[in-house]
Design a protein around this ligand. Structure first.
Ligand code: AKG
Length: 337
């Protein structure tokens, strides 16, 4: 069955969460067509093979700009963007000493929380997309005005990774990840994806406020977020599944999009060799203020990606809220096969 329809939150709950994730399923972060081709040729790569294949020796680091290899040659370069990120990080860290009273900031967050409290779960219109183990629900969570404010605050508060956590190693060469990333989470939590362990840093007020709202409207309890920032249409996300073992199997990934509308697509794993099944891709534009739930078992069977778009000129910020299970997290890092 395929198609979209509207349903109430109560009906929606019936669709949410009761399936297991597959620890053996494949996971990859692709940087472009050559790597996609490699994956198509090697469909039986295990997740660990793929992790090894794509990323090695990535260590923790958040705000230190280190010597960086350029994509095009082996010269060490420190990009203007790095310097800008570093300066912004320092400024933000100073400004957002979250233990201190920062009156204007506090007031803005209070106003935002008040605005959020007026968003009623019963007012949200959810649409569904269902197809061959794909199960998506999406709604417009924010009006344009609220989405603008949230985006503005995120641009001020989020501190994106630099250094090793902003890079990926492919065939022995370091590449900048083609977007900016940041993670936040409950104390002590880490999340390992694409071969990297990322820290759950303390929630900045605006991210926490958004998380609390997402928890309320979905009925789930998210404890971790991955934030991706795409400066324009050149920035992208390669095909991958979010099927890490440390993710709670019954909790959908909740993806909030802000800023530039970008196309997002899903591709069934069996459209790849050797099966090459004829299952259509599912593509949807993700607009400013859209909340998308990737319900189980979507991430067991379907890859998703955000391809580059030459015509997309604006910044896009996406927050994927996740539920990380701490015990499974420690066993998964020990038991990788
Ligand atoms: O930016 C997006 O919408 C994609 C995010 C995503 O695929 C992820 O965080 O796993």
């Amino acid at each position: 069955m395929s198609g979209t329809w509207q349903c109430s939150p109560a009906e929606l709950e019936v669709h949410l969460g009761f399936r297991e994730s597959n620890p053996q399923s494949k996971h990859a972060e692709f940087l472009g067509p050559p790597f996609l081709t490699v994956c198509c040729l090697l469909p039986s790569f295990s997740r660990l093979d793929m992790d090894r294949f794509l990323m090695r020796n990535v260590t923790k680091g958040t705000t230190t700009v280190k010597r960086k290899k350029s994509l095009d040659n082996d010269d060490d370069v420190e990009t203007a963007e790095d310097t800008e990120t570093m300066q912004r990080s320092q400024k933000i860290s100073k400004k957002n000493n979250f233990d201190d009273e920062n009156e204007p900031q506090t007031e803005r967050i209070e106003t935002l929380c008040q605005t959020f409290s007026e968003i009623l779960t019963t007012d949200l219109v959810w649409k569904k997309v269902i197809k061959s183990n794909l199960d998506l629900s999406h709604t417009i969570l924010f009006s344009k005005g609220i989405a603008n404010t949230v985006m503005e605050l995120l641009e001020e508060e989020v501190v994106y990774f630099t250094g090793d956590l902003a890079k990926v190693q492919v065939f022995g060469r370091w590449h900048n990840i083609p977007r900016k990333q940041a993670t936040y989470g409950d104390p002590g939590l880490t999340y390992k994806y694409s071969g990297k362990e990322t820290p759950g840093r303390a929630w900045p007020p605006v991210v926490k406020a958004v998380r609390d709202l997402v928890n309320r409207v979905t009925g789930y309890h998210y404890n971790f977020v991955l934030i991706n920032r795409y400066k324009d249409g050149q920035d992208k996300m390669g095909e991958h599944k979010d099927d890490e073992r440390e993710l709670h199997p019954d909790t959908p990934i909740a993806s909030l999009s802000l800023g530039q509308t970008r196309d997002f697509y899903f591709r069934h794993q069996d459209t790849r060799p050797p099966k090459k099944l004829n299952i259509d891709k599912v593509q949807m534009p993700l607009h400013h203020g859209t909340l998308l739930l990737m319900n189980p078992p979507t991430n067991r069977y379907w890859y998703h990606a955000l391809p580059p778009r030459a015509t997309a000129k604006g910044v896009r910020v996406n927050l994927t809220f996740r539920k990380v299970v701490p015990a499974a997290a420690s066993s998964s890092s020990n038991n990788k096969q």
